[in-house]
Design a protein around this ligand. Sequence first.
Ligand SMILES: Cc1ncc(COP(=O)(O)O)c(C=O)c1O
Length: 459
Amino acid sequence: MPAIRRLLNIRLPSAGSPANDFPASFEAQNMKDIVPSPPPVVRNDVAAVQALFQQNVVPSYSRFDIVLSHGSGSYLHDVTGRRYLDFGGGIAVSSLGHAHPAMIEALVEQSRKIIHCSNYYYNEPQGRLAQALVRLIGPGKCFFCNSGAEANEGLFKLARKFGHEEGRFEVLTAVNSFHGRTLAGIAATGQEKVKKGFDPMVPGFRQVLYNDLAAMRAALSPATAAIMVEGIQGEGGVTPALPEYLLGLRQLCNEKRLLLLMDSVQCGHFRSGRFQSFQRILEGVPGGETFLPDGISMAKSLGGGFPIGAFWVRAPHADLLGAGSHGTTYGGSPLACAVAWKILDVIEREKLADNARQVGEFLKTGLQQLAGKYPAVIKSVRGLGLMLGFELAANIPNLPGDPSKTPTTRFANLLHGAGLLAIPAGAHVIRFLPPLNLRWGEAEEGLKLTESVVAKLAS
Ligand SMILES: Cc1ncc(COP(=O)(O)O)c(C=O)c1O
């Protein structure tokens, strides 16, 4: 048994278990057929690609010095031939990893039939996907769009429509939340850095301390129409909601006739080990089994990398947005919905919710052990399933890199150097958001790579 597995005393399932069925042989042959060979400029030419960006791409992102070319399963490859274990998952997006055969098949097969038709007409994949999501959540209806921010915009409009006749329009959100980069998204987000330079903010949003029910109650005003929270704050540092907070918010919203909206863009879609993170958080909690918000926004893992967003709205409010009140040209295209529907099918068939829970627990235990062994580097570990974060200790003595960069950016650079992709959440937390079909052996490899970086910093 390899050392780290022995250390954690965890038995791995046999190689033939469902989560391990990704065919390794798929990689080369199928990729060649489907993805055309890149033009010469992207062959081993990091500087040339970076120059293309410098000259032609708006510099709104701070990028790592990696030029990716292709991926397979939980691994990504750069143009220099380096291979990385992908624990970033494109920020919680690549639910089935890279180049999954079922996803490719759905893309190809649906493309042959119809890619787009607009919402002037019906298409079966949209109806089927909506049916599948309603079945997973509860009585209600779905609206489809293209991103997480757009899904939240839809819920904000729903809240305004809901409160309109009484002059209520305000949505209360949480400090440290993240709800997207549109104008309403940054107004809703509880982080100053996303608002800077974009004043005046869209009116009707205020932030209240997360996990503080009394503060939320005190913050209500006669204009409040809704409350929106993440089940697990992602960009804010991987902080799960407390069960009593969620149940209390539900009660408060019932009492004051407010909509309870959950932003599940990052923490949803089985990442926590259940379809919705609130289902995982409320497991075994009295009253938890009947908990339902009034609206849920989704994106990221829903499309596994193909852009799609959605929101679900609970039955009593499901017809509030009537014909002509909301729309988007690409929303719910047959192609996007066929892919998302296929992903749901794979997740169910391969029991990837259980995989996320079990492999996630293994990973979390491993990280906690690293935190215990190297407290000068890792302060704490949190998260559920395959949405994990670890907080770096303050002032890590030997942390190399540009001191003007955040500790997490510098730490992520070290992980990348070791062959592991991970995502910073602010200045202090590193996130692991790997594919839901991550194998036990890959989790083990990720822990080893993490330890190689942490041990060096601690020495
Ligand atoms: C919780 C949450 N909501 C909304 C968004 C915005 O989603 P998108 O980038 O698809 O617009 C994100 C993106 O990170 C998110 O984490």
